[in-house]
Design a binder for this molecule. Sequence first.
Ligand SMILES: [Zn+2]
Length: 370
Amino acid sequence: MRFRAAVVPERGRIEIREFEKANLEDNDIIVKVLLAGVCGTDVHLVYDEREEPWQEFKIGHEWVGEIDEMGPLAPKADAYGNPLKYGDRIIAYPSTWADGTCYMCRILLQPNLCLRTGVGRIIPDMGSAYAEYIYIPGESVIFRIPDDVSTEEAIFIEPMAGALRAFERAYAPGVPDRNQGFGPGKSVVIEGTGTIGTIMTAIAKMSGAYPIIAIGGPSNRLNMCTEFGADMVLDIMDSTREERIQAVREKTPHKLGADVVFECAGVPEAFLDGIRMARQGGSLVEFGHYTRRGTIPIDPFEICEKDIQIFGSWGYGPQEFGTAINILKASRSRGIDFSKLVTHRFQLKDAQQALETAYRQECTKAVIQC
Ligand SMILES: [Zn+2]
């Protein structure tokens, strides 16, 4: 049987092609993709200039699907013990992202840093979700989506898992632990107001952080951040960097700056601003650079003198998928509806338009109905 999937043959161009369904290996699952999300990283992968020669690739790592076929040795239950059957809606932490067998996975217990990432045996696999079908190796960590979580909410499990990992990085580090790190009543700056920045805002709100300051634009995105819990928003189009740093300081005791800054904008200057917006002894989590975006000169004195903690955050483990599902289950009773973040919907044949809309930042989250 043949099915359609998107490929990116050259910079800025998406093409829908037909593929032949491969044979199912013994423990694999074939998933019919219900919804795929357009991620900021997808936009960078398709539109950013590159130094190295272009290589065609398939696209899409945010998806929600329905079990279409199961090999005879496919897992009979998900990671939480829920039985799995044909037609169930699932999401997976794929074994092609963390193989579960390498030194990082097994010994250091950091699957987000897997040494064998991308080693899959079936194409198109998990990194090609702008497609009608994808293959999931049976060794993946599979989660059945609870009935009370809609498909449009579930599309946020994957990006939310990344956001949760970034929050974990900012929890009280080491000793002393009193009044350190992220938590209830802590002042937080979120640089970047795309999907990730808005999710971070919502989780900060659910966690009791205060004040929550979101920085970005354009105004449609800032309004969304306000709706999702930001106490103050700063528009990068009508303020200077110095004014924004000052505005953050005005909101914090002794004008010292925020307890925690999350850089989710993917702009090198935002990293430097983040150092300046964090208080003495505060934390900065760099979470916006999943692709190379250029460099910025930094005076190391600023880092020393501030006694600041700077963390990188890359990917997530399957644990954060489980936590994200719990957050989605809790969200509506907390007055937050994540499905509102889906502002634009496209058919698979119009994947190019979906990417362009995201490139122009007209959407918060664009999704592709596959
Ligand atoms: Zn590994």
